[in-house]
Design a protein around this ligand. Structure first.
Ligand SMILES: Cc1ncc(COP(=O)(O)O)c(C=O)c1O
Length: 414
């Protein structure tokens, strides 16, 4: 765990806003999840959650799920073996898919999310004389994946396909799922589907790739009983009649805990009786699932101030703040630097000692914050990214990136 002193030093040395991803957190995190699952259960990391920790994480998991040509290029640039990739995505790019199917080693699997995607994968594999391993993605009732009836039809259609090897099913029905009962129900439903597909194809299908959407507790009152969820997953997997080999696709729950987002207070003021602290970051760089207009309290702490001193672990976000008495520390509305009234990171947060120049550390910022924000708004620079290595040494892995060139019209005069 990066200490408060180290975070303050990184902010000095690299500037703010800054993401700090502590790679030392990853191996124990993977172990904790793996140890709770039946032996032989594999993990697949959904790259979209955080591409910066890929180098440290790729060797700890069996597979990496990529959903865009950009994610494929990042994996290639980092030397990730093609055979480790699951090429996924609701909209598949023929060129990127073609490249994946041309590589010396085929990807671990290509997911199929529609009837026309099936045709696309088949024709690209046929052109290359390859037999592509395919997972049919079952929809949970939205634009992702195949309708169940179409999936069954596709499976029958694939029974003896020379260009496509049907490996099994992929299913992901959403993130931040905190109900053990729901996980059990989903696994039971998938088991029934796998058995039905086995009958339709005349052979059992060997693979089930399931995204359980394990939750992360971001806000007060949002405690998660991860042990119970993992036990439910474990039981569900043990109880599968289809005997398929299971891979769990995980993003948020693997990497959220390794990240801290640092942002500095650039201004303070009182308007209509409300105290505002303006920070140099904003909502485009800190993405907590369910955070909207700071209606809930994020895991944030003031570094180096009275409430941070000697208490690097304390989370203001998990304290019972609403009942705080008059005369307590003044409450602040922490706002980012975007031109929108929505850019509120925390509301009415008691932050004793906060002043211009204070440093705020937002915890559990390792998932989606660096990859999901509305980064182009206001043409603000993208934050630098620091990876903390095994010996605690910080390494700058992304310099601050200017986004104004991306928002500058550049007529094509060719
Ligand atoms: C297909 C698929 N698998 C896995 C994940 C990872 O989900 P989570 O971050 O909730 O673990 C996602 C996230 O969007 C996804 O779309």
């Amino acid at each position: 765990m990066v200490t408060e002193a180290a975070l303050m030093r990184f902010a000095e040395d690299f500037g703010t806003p800054l993401y700090v991803f502590d790679t030392r957190e990853l191996s124990p995190r993977v172990r904790r999840i793996s140890d709770a699952l039946p032996s032989g259960t594999c993990l697949c990391y959904a790259v979209k959650a955080n591409t910066f920790v890929l180098g440290a994480l790729a060797g700890l998991v069996t597979r990496l799920e990529v959903c865009s040509p950009g994610e494929q290029r990042i994996c290639r640039a980092l030397g990730v073996p093609e055979a480790q990739l699951v090429v996924s995505g609701v909209s598949k790019d023929p060129a990127a898919l073609g490249e994946a199917l041309s590589a010396r080693e085929l990807p671990a699997a290509v997911t199929v999310e529609s009837t026309s995607q099936l045709g696309l994968v088949r024709s690209l594999a046929a052109e290359r004389g390859r037999r592509a391993p395919v997972l049919l993605r079952l929809s949970s009732g939205n634009q992702f994946g195949l309708d169940r009836a179409d999936l069954l039809r596709a499976a029958r259609d694939l029974a003896d396909d020379p260009c496509l090897e049907l490996r099994g099913v992929q299913f992901f029905s959403g993130t931040q799922k905190g109900s053990a009962r729901r996980l059990r129900r989903e696994l039971a439903g998938l088991d029934a589907l796998m058995l039905e597909l086995g009958l339709a194809c005349g052979r059992p299908l060997p693979e089930l790739e399931y995204g359980p959407g394990l939750p992360v507790a971001y806000f007060d009152g949002g405690a998660v009983d991860e042990g119970e969820l993992l036990a439910a997953l474990s039981e569900g997997i043990e109880g599968l009649s289809c005997r398929a080999h299971v891979t769990l696709e995980l993003g948020r729950s693997l990497v959220a805990g390794c990240g801290t987002y640092l942002t500095r207070v650039t201004d303070t003021k009182t308007v209509a009786g409300q105290r505002y602290a303006i920070v140099d970051g904003g909502m485009h760089q800190i993405v907590y699932y369910g955070q909207s207009l700071a209606m809930r309290r994020p895991p944030v702490r003031l570094l180096g101030g009275p409430c941070g001193e000697g208490d690097g672990e304390r989370d203001l976000g998990t304290r019972n703040v609403p009942g705080h008495a008059p005369g307590d520390a003044p409450a602040w509305n922490v706002c980012g630097s975007l031109c929108t009234v929505n850019d509120i990171l925390a509301k009415q947060l008691p932050l004793p000692g906060l002043a211009e120049g204070s440093l705020l550390a937002f915890g559990r910022a390792g998932a989606y914050c660096a990859t999901e924000g509305m980064s182009l708004f206001l043409s603000r620079d993208l934050p630098r990214v620091v990876l903390v290595g095994a010996d605690g040494t910080p390494e700058l892995v992304r310099a601050g990136v200017r986004t104004d060139p991306l928002n500058t019209p550049c007529p094509d005069r060719s």
